[in-house]
Design a binder for this molecule. Structure first.
Ligand code: FE2
Length: 356
């Protein structure tokens, strides 16, 4: 499996990851051979790059979250965000159940290094964002030693941290270009509205609702809605702030292209102590893969290859399968370099594509 730009996709290549529709259903399943019409459809969905099955790399990413849990979570988030559920009591118990399933799954895995390699479309941003942010927050919570009950609070609050957006006009949420002051004020309101929905409508306990309320507060007081600082912000909201910003940065949006994970991490590290809690960020970087499996990279030796394995002990030092030598010549034989064992090698660039 490797990542390629959609514009370089050719008929006959096989898709290695499912593509989901706006409402969270599998639209094009992994294993599907690409045809010109499938490629055209992907373009229409705003897909920029895809993962294809590739004999040269012989890798496949095992999902941390199973397909069943993912689809169930998408269904629930979709019901919440489109207000499709019958009653709040029913949806609340569904939320509890899915969050406890996610927590159990994550607790049952020894060493996790997360590859966020789902192919997202601009249309299903909310679904992936809600689920990914929840997984990231729970993993941080586990690293901080939270027990199951605390993880439940964190998970439920994270899954619905942006629920207040259902009351904000869509054209403002996805507006390209700078927002007018009035529009920005409306966007800020999603925190307070979210708090009201979670506490009054869904009857969640206070600390669940507070995650929605405080997830845009920043340590230096530059956040919203209140401009709270350091100890005034609950720890769970600080966790969600990190997970939320990271996932938003690595996603394509209507108004900007995504950052590569190592750049998003750099952003978080640079904003530690002003925006984000550095202890939380230090826990976060222990399980997030900086260079995702299937990603083409360039080493300091100018050799080029594909990341084929991530080492949970060294997220910045994966195993790279080299395909081109330092002169740009295609290697006749496979050569894997484990950057965790060879410290004189390091990654200097991440490519969009590499023909192999
Ligand atoms: Fe938000």
């Amino acid at each position: 499996m490797r990542r390629i730009l959609l514009k370089n996709a050719k008929e006959g290549m096989m898709l290695a990851r499912d593509i989901y529709s706006e409402d969270g259903k599998v639209l094009i399943a992994s294993g599907q051979k690409l045809t010109n019409s499938v490629i055209k459809r992907l373009k229409e969905f705003g897909v920029y790059d895809i993962y294809i099955v590739d004999d040269n790399t012989e890798i496949y990413i095992e999902d941390v979250i199973t397909k069943e849990i993912k689809e169930e979570a998408f269904q629930i988030v979709n019901d919440v965000f489109s207000s499709k559920y019958i009653n709040t009591q029913e949806i609340t118990s569904e939320i509890k159940e899915i969050v406890s399933k996610i927590i159990s799954t994550l607790l049952n895995q020894k060493e996790i290094i997360l590859n966020l390699c789902d192919i997202r479309t601009v249309g299903n941003y909310t679904l992936f964002h809600s689920l990914n942010t929840t997984v990231l927050s729970i993993l941080i919570g586990i690293k901080l030693g939270y027990d199951f009950d605390k993880l439940m609070v964190l998970g439920m609050g994270t899954l619905l941290h942006d629920v207040g957006k259902i009351k904000i006009p869509k054209n403002i949420l996805s507006k390209r270009g700078p927002l007018q002051e009035k529009e920005y004020e409306m966007i800020k309101m999603h925190t307070i509205v979210g708090y009201d929905i979670l506490s009054s409508e869904y009857k969640f306990e206070q600390n669940v609702a507070e995650i929605a309320l405080f997830h845009h507060e920043r340590l230096d007081g530059s956040g919203y809605p209140f401009g709270k600082t350091r100890d005034e912000i609950p720890q769970m909201a600080k966790i969600v702030a990190v997970a939320d910003v990271f996932d938003a940065l690595v996603s394509d949006r209507e108004f900007r292209k995504r950052l590569k994970p190592h750049m998003a991490i750099e952003y978080l590290l640079n904003s530690c102590s002003t925006h984000f809690d550095s202890y939380i960020v230090s826990k976060f970087v222990t399980f997030i893969s900086l260079f995702q499996i299937g990603t083409p990279v360039v080493l300091n030796t100018r050799e080029k290859g594909i990341v084929v394995h991530n080492n949970p002990k060294f997220p910045s030092r994966p195993i790279v399968r080299i395909f081109y030598d330092s002169e740009g010549k295609r290697l006749a034989f496979r050569k894997d370099i484990d950057l965790a064992l060879n410290f004189h090698y390091y990654i200097v660039d991440v490519l969009d594509d590499l023909e192999i």
